[in-house]
Design a protein around this ligand. Structure first.
Ligand SMILES: O=c1ccn([C@H]2C[C@H](O)[C@@H](CO)O2)c(=O)[nH]1
Ligand SMILES: [Zn+2]
Length: 159
């Protein structure tokens, strides 16, 4: 038997240290929190996607009295992008969230289902998606969802 281990690399940055286009995308995600319908959790999540032509598409979580019928901010943004601009690759995704006390100090990571959907985006377009998780105390930067989803299941596993 072998003992194996995995390591992931990611960055912790201040907003001002990021490239202007990443700072812009994060501001768009923060603004998108205002479009959240979080009637039940009061947890407002905003997401912003950058396409390969520089266009941004935003999303926000949408809840429902039948809880599973709602959708996370990340997937509203991804599905909107793929529905409106399927020919353009998704190159980056920023996420921000606020609760009743305001914007969160610590970054909020995407849930497992959203990670799986981002993985499919990477496979579909053949490029990594840069993920920017915003917190008022710092931004976590991942260069691919694969760093957030090791041992992932994808199309290739069925062949
Ligand atoms: O990364 C996350 C985590 C949670 N939510 C939403 C789902 C639900 O509406 C609320 C509480 O889980 O926050 C997101 O949109 N993205
Ligand atoms: Zn999610």
């Amino acid at each position: 038997m072998k003992n194996l281990s995995l390591s992931i690399s990611y960055q912790l940055a201040q907003l001002s240290e990021l490239a202007p286009e990443d700072q812009h995308l994060i501001h768009s995600a923060i603004e998108a929190t205002a479009n959240s319908y979080a009637h039940y959790s009061h947890f407002h999540v905003g997401a912003a996607i950058r396409l390969d032509d520089g266009k941004e598409i935003i999303g926000a979580n949408q809840e429902n009295a039948a809880f599973p019928s709602g959708l996370c901010a990340e997937r509203t943004a991804i599905f909107a992008a793929q529905a409106q601009c399927p020919q353009h690759r998704i190159v980056a995704l920023a996420i921000a969230a606020k609760n009743t006390r305001g914007l969160l100090a610590q970054p909020v990571p995407p849930c497992g289902q959203c990670r799986q959907v981002i993985l499919e985006v990477e496979e579909r377009y053949g490029n990594p998606v840069r993920i920017l998780l915003y917190g008022t105390e710092g931004v976590l930067v991942f260069h691919s969802v694969k760093d957030l989803l090791p041992f992932s299941f994808e199309d290739g596993n069925m062949k």
